[in-house]
Design a protein around this ligand. Structure first.
Ligand SMILES: [Mn+2]
Length: 162
């Protein structure tokens, strides 16, 4: 599982909300699906200011990721447009119509999960950046000055034949 949590607000209060979401997700059973994971995080964040949350579960056998999200944490691929749309709402206070989207990854496809501190569109490509760390640095250099920003890069490389 991978997840990006963007708690409302800033500083230690937002950190506490993100930590609570992480604790709820860390022990969660992955086989119940991503919508169930969102619901568990929603329960855990009740009484807080809440968060935007997008998460995915990777299944190696099918090379697929199942995604679900609430609020402004976007998912995009450097190879194509993805059919993922996060549901409106705030995890912890109001969540509705959460749906999962399953994507079969292309060979060497790079998927970015980015909080709304980053521009919605970017021309960033792997050609701009020699490796994953450099690409994340490049993305963060585009961040809005007024907001926290998080970017996660997911790339599943094919196992080498032995
Ligand atoms: Mn934000």
């Amino acid at each position: 599982m991978f997840a990006v949590v963007d708690a409302l607000g800033h500083g230690v209060v937002a950190q506490a909300v993100a930590d609570r979401a992480r604790a709820a997700l860390s022990g969660a059973a992955l086989d119940r699906g991503v919508v169930s994971l969102i619901e568990q995080a929603h329960e855990a964040l009740k009484g807080t200011r809440g968060a935007a949350l997008t998460l995915g579960v990777y299944t190696a056998g099918t090379r697929s990721i199942e995604l679900a999200g609430v609020g402004n944490v976007q998912v995009r691929s450097l190879s194509r447009s993805l059919p993922f749309v996060a549901a409106p709402g705030v995890v912890g206070s109001r969540v509705s119509r959460v749906r999962s989207t399953t994507i079969e990854l292309l060979p060497n496809e790079t998927v970015l999960i980015a909080s709304d501190g980053l521009p919605r569109r970017t021309s960033a490509t792997l050609e701009d950046a020699p490796d994953a760390d450099a690409l994340c640095e490049h993305m963060l250099s585009l961040a809005h000055a007024h907001d926290d920003a998080t970017v996660m890069l997911v790339r599943m490389e094919r196992p080498q034949p032995c």
